[in-house]
Every structure is written in C-alpha cells, then in structure tokens.
Ligand binder design. Structure first.
Ligand code: IPE
Ligand code: IPE
Ligand code: MG
Length: 249
C-alpha cells in the first residue's frame, strides 16, 4: 500500500483469510494500456472487457457474494464521441456474449445507474440480461453503467421527498436505512473492499453513500486490462490484513 515506511507485508494464509462479502472494482486504465502499445483507446476497452469477464467468473468461484464493477460513469459522456461509440459497441457485444456464455454461470446480474440514457437496443439487452439471470443464486454482480454516486443520492432524495409529499413518510422517520433502501444497491450489504488499479487515488463518484466504511486498495502499478486473478488475490490479502474499527476501538 501507499506511503508505507517499510514494506511489511505479512504473509496471509489464504485458507484462513477473511473474505469481503461485497467487493467494488473501479476498472480504470484501459486508455493508458492502449496508449503504451501505440493502439487506439478503444483497444484498451476491448481487452478490459475480457478482463472483466475473467475476474467476474473468478470472484464467483472463490465465494465473493456481491461484486460491483464501475463500467461507465455519469461523467464519461464527456469523452470524444468516437470513444463513446466504441464503448457502446463493446457493451453491446459483451452483453450478447454474456447472454450466451453466462447462462451456465450461477451469477445474478443487475445494472446500477440510469440506463435510460442508452440506446433502445442496448437497454433491451440490459433488461434481458437481468431477466435471464434473475433466478441465479450465486454471486450478485452489479454493473455500474451511467452510474454516479451523486446522481444516485439525488435519485434517492427525489423518491423520498415524493413519499413525504404524498404523506407516506414523515421527515423525522427518514433514516440511514431508508436512504440505503433508495440506492440502486438496496437490499445488498455495503462494499467491504473497493479496488482501483491504474494509479489514481480517488473515488471518481463511485458508491459515495455505500463506501462510508469501505477499505480501499489502490494498485498503482497495474492497468485494468492487465489485471489478473492473482492481483485480485493480492487485494484480498491486503483486505485481510486491515483492521476495521467502524469508529470503535
Ligand atoms: C476505464 O479506463 C474505462 C472507462 C472509464 C470506460 P479509462 O478509459 O479511464 O482509461 P485511462 O484512465 O484513460 O487510462
Ligand atoms: C472512473 O474512471 C470510471 C470508470 C472506471 C468507469 P475515470 O477514468 O472516468 O475517472 P477519472 O476521470 O480519472 O477520475
Ligand atoms: Mg480513467
């Protein structure tokens, strides 16, 4: 981890390790991965999508119960049209493949974020993917697309205000639990661990409400397309070494 005076990475016995229930991943570094190879940014997104598939399967296989991946933020619309078009094509191809290949995987997929901004054919695939996997009992995969933590809080505030206006809820009854129930992730535990590769040490608007007590692991030496199952294991080892206090002692 960062700014350690001395590297004292205590060896972790992986069979004894405490596994996080909910893991978040900010899949960052695709553009730089491509640039390093003299390729267009889209080439990085393509390899990044393959990495996503590999890591998702692996996380389910080792018993992670909830995985949330940040695929496209509410701010990513600021990118050049060419890159956005390429990303939409990659999302589309990914979902077509996922519908075919993931049918045997015991993974329940839901999308978090305002998906109404996507093309009707992409939205159709999003709904099909959610529907086809809705009876799966394994890992719950949340794919954050057109997701922003602030947007999500605004959505929650609007819904709650409406309930108050309709007389269904009293202002004094608004609690943290009620706010959580209006997040896209309602009914799921908060993320225990959030991993960000690529050397950026920020949240970039990911799970703002839910991450109040998440452990962060920033892996600066690795770009998302290169992220391996062993990198996930290293992040899980680091999580296991953390001492979570939640304000206590
Ligand atoms: C993450 O990689 C993917 C998306 C945001 C869609 P980037 O495209 O941000 O890659 P870098 O950060 O520019 O290297
Ligand atoms: C965050 O990465 C969003 C995703 C990985 C989808 P960005 O690359 O958009 O974040 P910033 O702009 O570096 O903060
Ligand atoms: Mg980035």
């Amino acid at each position: 981890m960062l700014f350690k005076k001395k590297q004292t990475e205590e060896k972790i016995d992986r069979s004894q390790r405490i596994l996080p229930t909910h893991v978040g991943i900010i899949m960052d570094g695709n553009g730089r991965w491509a640039k390093k190879r003299g390729l267009p940014r889209q080439a990085g997104h393509k390899v990044g999508a393959a990495t996503f598939k590999k890591i998702t399967r692996y996380a389910n296989s080792i018993g992670i119960k909830n995985l949330t991946v940040y695929a496209f933020s509410t701010e990513n619309w600021r990118r050049p049209k060419e890159e956005i078009d390429a990303l939409m094509d990659i999302f589309y191809d990914y979902l077509i493949e996922a519908l075919r290949d993931f049918s045997e995987e015991n993974i329940r997929t839901i999308f978090i974020g305002d998906v109404t901004a996507f093309s009707p054919k992409l939205q159709q695939l999003i709904h099909e993917t959610e529907e086809i996997s809705s009876d799966k009992t394994g890992m719950r995969l949340n794919i954050a697309m057109n997701y922003g933590g602030r947007n999500e809080i605004v959505k929650a505030m609007r819904e709650i205000s409406q309930e108050v206006a309709d007389g269904k809820l009293k202002p004094e009854d608004i609690s943290s639990e009620i706010i959580s129930d209006h997040m896209y992730t309602f009914g799921q535990p908060d993320p225990d661990l959030i991993i960000r590769p690529s050397g950026e040490y920020r949240t970039s608007n990911f799970l703002l409400w839910q991450s109040a007590y998440s452990e962060y692991v920033f892996m600066d030496e690795i770009l998302w397309p290169d992220f391996s199952t062993e990198d996930l294991e290293r992040a899980l080892d680091e999580y296991s070494r953390r001492n979570r206090r939640f304000g206590g002692v």
